[in-house]
Structures are given as C-alpha cells and as structure tokens.
Design a protein around this ligand. Sequence first.
Ligand SMILES: Nc1ncnc2c1ncn2[C@@H]1O[C@H](COP(=O)(O)OP(=O)(O)O)[C@@H](O)[C@H]1O
Ligand SMILES: [Mg+2]
Length: 296
Amino acid sequence: MADRIVELQGLYARLGNGARGAVFECMINGQPAALKVYFEETFFHKERLAYEKICHNNLDGEIAPRYIGQVHLTRNDHHIIWSDIPRFQANPHIYSFDIYPHHTAIAMELLTGVTLYQASMRNIGDEQIKMITAELSTRLVTLHDVVGICHRDLSWNNAMIDKSFNLLSDTEVIPGQVRIVDFSEALFSSACSKKHFLDRCLNEMTNLGALVQLVADARPYYGEHEGQKLLFGVMEEEEEKKKEKNFKSAGDTDDKIDSDDEVEDNDEEVGDEETEDDDDLNRPAEHSYMSDDEMY
Ligand SMILES: Nc1ncnc2c1ncn2[C@@H]1O[C@H](COP(=O)(O)OP(=O)(O)O)[C@@H](O)[C@H]1O
Ligand SMILES: [Mg+2]
C-alpha cells in the first residue's frame, strides 16, 4: 500500500452542519471535494465502514458520494498522506483521513445541488417528489438487501438532489441524481440479529413515507396546490365573516357601552364562531390535501 503526498488546498465554505460533523468545501490535488470533519471518532469509523461496504458491491446506481481512497492528514495543514486502498468500482470517489490527533475526517466527492429540504423550499413539483421517492426507495432497498446496511438517519438533510435534476419539469431521475449521505448512524446486518436488522429496515421504509409527506407539505410557495388553496380560501372566508360581524354590531349598538361589556360581547361572539367552526369540521372535506394514489 503506497503512501504519497497530496495537496489539501485550504477549506472554503461550510456546506453543512450536522449533529455529528461539519462539512466543508475544499480542493484536494486541484479537484473540488467535500470534507466532513467529525466531532467523535466512532462516527467516522462507522461512516467509513459503510462507504467501504457500499464500494465492495458493484452497484448499478450510486447511493452515496463516490469513493477513492484513504487519506491520513499529518499535523501539517497543507499536506496529507494518501494511502491507496483497492478500488472496488469504476467511479469511486471518497477519501478518508485523520486531521489532528483528536479529529478525523472523510473527504468525498463534492455533491453539487440541493438537499431534499432545500428542494422543498424551492417549490418542487408533485411529479418530481414521486420520482425522488421511487429513487430513494430503490436505493434504500439496495442498501438493505445487497449491501446489508440500514441507514437509520434518513432525513431531508441527508438526501441530496443533483443540480442536473430539474425540480419543476417531468424528466426522469437518472441514477446518481439522488444520493444518500451521512452513514454515521448506520446499522450493519453483520453486527446484529437478522430480526433486529429487518425491523430497522422496515422502520426506515416507513420513515420514507413520512419524509415524503413532509416534503410535500413544507412547500411554502406552492400556489397551485389544492391544500394551500383550501387553506387560503378558509382564511379569507373567516376574515370576511369577521368584518361583517364587526360592521353589524357597530350598526346595532346606538348607545355607548363601557369597555367591560365590550369584552363580554366579544367573548360571546368568539364562542359562537367556535361552534360554527366545529360544524364546518364535521362536514366532509371537498378537497383532499393529496390522495394516497397521487402520492405513491
Ligand atoms: N459530499 C457532499 N457534498 C456536498 N454537501 C454535502 C456533502 N455531504 C454532506 N453535505 C452537506 O452537509 C450537511 C451535513 O452533512 P452530514 O454528513 O449529514 O453531517 P452530520 O452527520 O453532522 O449530519 C448535509 O446536510 C449536506 O447539506
Ligand atoms: Mg446529517
């Protein structure tokens, strides 16, 4: 295993901050890369093992950032010693290395694009959500069945959508456009009972359903969305009702009333409104937010 010196050309922007590490953009040997520095070494070892296992299996589509080799950083900030490890697939792209005695880090391919959270803030379309869901579920099943890993920390911060994927037009997802990152919570099938592993995998697939619903609901500017239309409609109606009531009560009351009476009147009105609202709630909904068929 030959060691050679590679150049780490400084750290640039912080790409993200999580519970277990901070991820920076950097240049390694003139190539853009992402560097994840871990707060605890155990997470580093777990994530490195997960990436190694992923690379051992020659997978069609990519799941995680691609893998290249193992790198040990010396005390000198600008030089890291890179030990080649066998390459398992044609396009691996991860470096892993230790920084200072108390810090470890993994250098990996820089993913350009957005997290699933950022995608939902950018008004992603329904069709795109469906395609990303299908892609994520295929990748998770591959992780579970082929690689023997349960990710256990699936969230909208740990799924990355490539910038080549159009968030608003119905083009198919191609493998590699949806990636899963952050394997620091991974469970390995080799390290627990079969039943425990299968239970965790089942939980993960259930979480995917909840995550997709969250992404769909979180879109703030989705004006065409039935749920949003319904919500704004109800709010407007309530505003109109309030205005009408205020107008009527102002017209009915000729005598001056003291402020205490006014408060009591208002309380009664609020009480009346609540019962009307309750009736509204008991009526069948005319629009459903998103039918099950639409979602899956
Ligand atoms: N390879 C990468 N390229 C670009 N951004 C990344 C990459 N890996 C992680 N990130 C960003 O950094 C954030 C934190 O990384 P993550 O691995 O999830 O750390 P943590 O374990 O602390 O949650 C992610 O949500 C994502 O936005
Ligand atoms: Mg994370």
